[in-house]
Write a protein that binds this ligand. Structure first.
Ligand SMILES: [Ca+2]
Ligand SMILES: [Ca+2]
Ligand SMILES: [Ca+2]
Length: 237
């Protein structure tokens, strides 16, 4: 066998690999398939549809995975990233791609097929919940999900706690999301405060002003402004 022939095969494999990687990126450009999806509204419908089976499920306090943080708050934190308002661009793309893959998988799940009337109106909320943490995956496995759903990780950090789980440290400020939630609760504050605390290293849930003075301040103001606008719009509806 000539060196030229071997080299040709190697080149063919390399080009095939590059082509496959490019195809994967084309498959997931990092955009939401439904950018206007109402995740919070879908969660409320899901809870209402589960109430005949599980009893009362208040939107602002239900904690299906017994994580210690209401599911509405956990979902809202992930949605901040899915909607492009997170600080960590590589994680944003990773989150959107894993969410979209899980959403496609969920649409083939036997649980959805068997209970379309319960789960059918909440595909975005359910896919986001299952993308968030192993604990939330367990909830849907217990309910009868037939597929297994990978959880969002930082690219190349699959061994670390998932960034949107309670043991994750989304903003890498040394406090887990659970610790930031505990600070928010002990300060008698709300879901919006938790999102800001968990997503920004200048906030830990107990402080109301960012502990920063660099260009990050402008980014934070923009982020908070967008979050406030969204909240205002939601309340105005
Ligand atoms: Ca929870
Ligand atoms: Ca943190
Ligand atoms: Ca923080």
């Amino acid at each position: 066998m000539s060196r030229l022939m071997v080299g040709g095969w190697v080149l063919t494999f390399v080009l095939a690999g590059v082509s496959a990687m490019a195809q994967n990126k084309l498959d997931c450009p990092g955009d939401l398939s439904e950018p206007d999806a109402d995740f919070d509204g879908e969660l409320q419908v899901l809870f209402e549809n589960l109430e005949p089976f599980l009893g009362p499920l208040p939107l602002d306090s239900t904690d299906l995975d017994v994580s210690g943080i209401p599911d509405q708050a956990e979902l809202a934190l992930l949605v901040t990233y899915l909607k492009g308002m997170g600080r960590d661009a590589p994680l944003t793309v990773e989150a959107i791609c894993q969410f979209e893959a899980n959403k496609a998988l969920w649409l083939t799940d036997g649980l959805l097929a068997d209970f379309e009337n319960v789960f059918g109106a909440s595909p975005n909320a359910i896919a986001a919940l299952m993308s968030m943490s192993p604990a939330m995956n367990t909830v849907f496995q217990t309910l009868g999900a037939t597929e297994t759903y990978p959880v969002i990780h930082w690219p190349g950090e699959e061994g670390e706690p998932p960034p949107f789980s309670i043991n994750g440290d989304l903003d890498r400020d040394g406090l887990t999301n659970m610790e930031e939630w505990a600070n928010v609760i002990s300060s008698d504050r709300r879901v919006e405060d938790y999102i800001q605390a968990a997503a920004y290293p200048g906030l830990d849930g107990s402080n109301t002003l960012p502990l920063i003075s660099d260009a990050g301040l402008a980014l934070l103001i923009a982020l908070l402004g967008m979050a406030g606008l969204r909240l205002f719009r939601r309340r105005a509806v």
